[in-house]
Design a protein around this ligand. Structure first.
Ligand SMILES: [Mn+2]
Length: 342
């Protein structure tokens, strides 16, 4: 709960939610469980208030989330040609969830910027840019979904929460904390989860549907990657994975298949920093993970045009896969003292 914090923001948010009639909720590009769970929770609660509401996602969401209540109602932008100038014009209010800068909307950024609707951001990423009229940003939260729960509670909307809404919020928290393995060291996370269980969330079912839903191709792809594409550098307490476009073709990669690969090397004893480099159509997509004090948000923004959280961040490179990896390994030398002793 917030106490006096966000007092003015919450008052204004409440006023908008109660008086405005039409809303569009927008997660970030390549939405994850937190973005989709938070968006659907907002969608469902606004439905209960009899509002006109839509979720518009700037890109496809991973199929392991398609069990979430009402996820089939999400309007997914598959390619640029679907982005009409009036895409947001039906809404009086735009609610952005789980990102901290407008460029994370991808091709939807400029339409978002141009829209005259009232804009709200609810997010937990550090150092948000100012691109909305109203912002509720709380970086100490495990997930946007946990924050959404407290927002509902603080403005009296919790009386509308049902098992579907609670399940969407739960899924957001579960996925953004790797099932309570990271990002979840505040008691508030568990208080919120306790409340959600009271609403009837089936946590085992949520876990099973989210994490035990891989294709055989994906399992074999993971085996190949761990055996042949993971490089462990104990001298830097680091490891990295490199995946070429050919690897992706050979294993019939589907959207979302490489999700979580980056976390696996952290399970090797002594490893505290990992990276994955994936050759996409015209760039190298990079993710970073760390344990403890090593700040991958800074590392990603300093060297790979990215950012995120202290222990989980992303970036990109426009050189070749090999050059990207070589730069990474060279940089490790620069960070050696931090990696080994801090
Ligand atoms: Mn998140």
């Amino acid at each position: 709960m917030f106490g006096k914090r966000f007092y003015n923001e919450l008052k204004e948010l409440e006023e908008k939610l109660l008086t405005k009639k039409s809303f569009i909720i927008i997660p970030h590009y390549n939405p994850d469980g937190d973005a989709i769970g938070s968006a659907l929770a907002f969608y469902l609660i606004l439905k209960k208030l009899n509002k006109k509401v839509k979720v518009i996602s700037p890109s496809e969401f991973p199929s392991f989330l398609d069990w979430l209540p009402e996820s089939d109602k999400i309007k997914v932008i598959w390619n640029k040609s679907q982005i009409r100038k009036d895409i947001f014009s039906a809404a009086e209010v735009l609610i952005a969830v789980d990102f901290n800068e407008i460029k994370r909307l991808g091709d939807l950024s400029s339409e978002f910027e141009k829209s005259e609707a009232f804009k709200i951001l609810i997010d937990h990423h550090p150092n948000p840019m100012q691109f909305t009229d109203l912002m509720i940003s709380a970086p100490e939260y495990s997930s946007t979904a946990e924050l959404v729960y407290d927002v509902f509670k603080n403005i009296g909307l919790h009386k509308f929460i049902d098992v579907d809404i609670a399940t969407c919020i739960y899924a957001g928290i579960m996925t953004d904390t790797g099932s309570f393995n990271y990002n979840s060291s505040t008691p508030n996370t568990f208080r919120v989860v306790a409340d959600l269980l009271e609403y009837g969330v089936n946590k085992d079912d949520a876990y099973d549907k989210t994490y035990n839903s891989f294709s055989v191709d994906r399992m074999r792809f993971m085996g190949h990657v761990m055996l042949n594409r993971m490089v462990v550098l104990p001298e830097y307490k680091s490891a990295y994975i490199h995946i070429s476009a050919k690897d992706r073709r050979d294993f019939n990669e589907k959207f979302g298949d490489t999700e979580n690969f980056v976390n696996i090397p952290l399970a090797v004893k002594g490893i505290r920093f990992t990276a994955i480099f994936i050759e996409r159509d015209n760039f190298i997509k990079i993710s970073f993970r760390s344990k403890g004090n090593f700040d991958v948000n800074k590392f990603a923004s300093n060297h790979f045009n990215g950012g995120g959280h202290k222990n989980a961040a992303g970036g990109e490179s426009f050189t070749s896969l090999q050059e990207s990896v070589e730069l990474f390994v060279k940089l490790l030398e620069q960070y050696k003292i931090e990696l080994l002793y801090e």
